[in-house]
Design a protein around this ligand. Sequence first.
Ligand code: FAD
Length: 293
Amino acid sequence: MVCVPFEYTAVSTYDDAVRALVEHGEDAKVLAGGQSLGPMLALRLARPAVVIDINDIDQGQPEVAGEVLRIPALTRHRTVVDSPLVRQHAPMLSECTSRVGNVRVRNRGTIGGSLAHADPTAEIPCAALALGADIVVRGPDGDRAVPARDFFVTYLTTALEPSEVVREVRLPALRPQQGWSFHELVRRASDFAVVAVAVVVELESDAATVRSAEVALAGVADRPVPAGREAVAPLIGSSGAPAEVAAAAAAIAGNTSPDGDVHASGAYRRRLVDVLTRRALTEALGRARTSGV
Ligand code: FAD
């Protein structure tokens, strides 16, 4: 397929990107790694009049500031996977990013692009939700931080205004007594998830009682979604014993009503939520219990 003709412009600062977006409005598309935009252009699913290439923006490497891990939006998936800093402070992000596409996709694709693209079965948006990420966007009035829970609106749609660009992702660094897990089912290695589950749990200082549990799901709705509070609530204050974990996973699955498609029926997806959530909670609690060891 051949894409429709477009004007190409490259910028070297976020402010120039914003200026170009203000000038061209909804006729413009930002180009980061091109791993989703490229196919969409080729299939004519995207028909921008102007493509704004942000790859010349120099924005450094992931870094830790206080208890926050800051990852520049243009950080390639491969860098996220390979970074010892990310592995130490947000190991779930490293793990889920290693499942994105294949090595060629990970060499070019960016964390900001994956979040902005907002595929409801993508791994990184799901993990960002469970991790409580803030997505920092630059617009005509400067920066604003959008919590991941408010960022994903529906299929391929985010809270980004037409003149805004994703600049950075901020994640709370993993704390002692916390554990994490990411599980997904894919038809083939490198595919998007049929269903994915991301979990972060925290234990009380006695290391025996569950203080909090964040569970995010992909592949069950038009966007990544948090598990319902009431389904997770019985786990809080419990010991996280297998029966309690199984009850929470069943309740979380029972709260979903996924649609079926060519990859899986709705009922099969709901069953996957149950099984994968049980596995993920069990693994995350195990990691939390041994985190100080
Ligand atoms: P681009 O393709 O450049 O842009 C995607 C969209 O986001 C565009 O609308 C663009 O305008 C917008 N955008 C990009 N960056 C910004 C920004 N900083 N601010 C505002 N808007 C921005 N993804 C998965 O999650 N899981 C998979 O298993 C998976 N498998 C893949 C397999 C193949 C063969 C391919 C080609 C892609 C796959 N992907 C998968 C997609 C991949 O993760 C992309 O890298 C990602 O979705 C988009 O990142 P990008 O940097 O390439 O963005």
